[in-house]
Design a binder for this molecule. Structure first.
Ligand code: C5P
Length: 285
């Protein structure tokens, strides 16, 4: 039996803009994304008979073909022209689901990477193209680091790493929202706050952490705050605990604060822990 294992890292959207609706029903995005140290552990066992299984230590995660890992593995075997063999995927979950942190997408990206590390059937470019078929955030999760994502999320431009001392507090309130419903809300809405993506890219280039904090922006935040004012409450709490900036990530519901040292991040997390279902710290990777 072959056992393969890797960490699958969560992402945060430092900026997230929706540029317009496309003929295929998706939206063109522009987003500066970064990977953070919070991760799931993905373990694959190959040659386990013919059956496929996706299991997890988290009961809310689908354990069948509805899991993105299953979809990723199926797409991989098909694209690589390898007859599917027995597959057992185990997900040790730490990334919250329905959080805007790409928990499902990063596990799927890890499955693609692990399968390709074993079979070496696809080039990096082919693997990225396959990732885009699995889900919009999967290409970035494969790419890692810090990047500008455009198109549906599959056009990726590498950006410099964030300053290593930056760290994050992640706060998950007790609600989740439907991503397609939010895209529909954005289509119907004519005035939302939009990020200055170019300025964020410059701030990252210049390693200007104060500007990075000030330029955090997410087009989905305002429509979500209208329904869930708790998002703004969390943001203000993070800012009052010395965050350089604080925003919703993706389509939520996690709100993150960015801090210039882990000590401040830990103090903020300690002050807010107990008030929300999940409060964690994370660092850059
Ligand atoms: O690609 P993924 O399955 O992650 O997308 C989930 C949903 O989010 C899509 O069905 C679509 O409604 C919406 N979406 C979009 N444009 C994108 C990404 C996602 O409209 N670029």
């Amino acid at each position: 039996m072959i056992i393969l294992q890797k960490e699958a890292y969560a992402k945060l959207n430092l900026t997230l803009d929706v540029l317009g609706k496309r003929p295929d029903g998706y939206h063109d995005l522009q987003s500066v994304m970064t990977c953070v140290s919070l991760s799931d552990t993905v373990t694959i066992r190959l040659d386990t008979g013919n059956a496929w299984r996706v299991r997890s230590d988290c009961p809310q995660i689908p354990q069948d073909e509805d899991n993105l890992c299953w979809k990723a593995a199926k797409a991989y075997f098909q694209a690589a022209g390898i007859p599917p063999q027995g597959l057992d995927v185990f997900l040790e979950k730490r990334i919250p689901s329905q959080a805007g942190m790409a928990g499902g997408s990063t596990d799927a990206a890890a499955v693609l990477q692990l399968l390709n590390s074993h079979y070496a059937a696809l080039s990096e470019t082919a693997l990225l193209a396959l990732a885009a078929c699995v889900g919009s955030d999967v290409p970035f999760c494969l790419f890692g680091g810090t990047a500008l994502a455009e198109g549906r999320g599959e056009i990726l431009t590498r950006l410099p790493d964030l300053p290593k001392y930056l760290c994050f507090v992640l706060v998950k309130p007790n609600f989740s929202v439907s991503t397609p419903a939010l895209f529909r809300a954005i289509d119907a809405c004519c005035s939302v706050r939009r990020p200055d993506t170019a300025a964020m890219c410059r701030a990252i280039d210049e390693k200007n952490s104060v500007a990075i904090g000030q330029l955090l922006e997410n087009v989905f935040e305002q429509p979500i705050v209208n329904h869930y004012p708790i998002v703004e409450t969390i943001r203000q709490q993070l800012l009052s605990h010395a965050a350089l900036g604080a925003r919703l990530t993706g389509t939520g519901s996690v709100v993150f604060g960015i801090f210039d040292c882990m000590e401040k991040a830990k103090q903020a997390a300690a002050a807010m822990r107990g008030s929300y279902p999940m409060v964690l710290t994370a660092s850059c990777i």
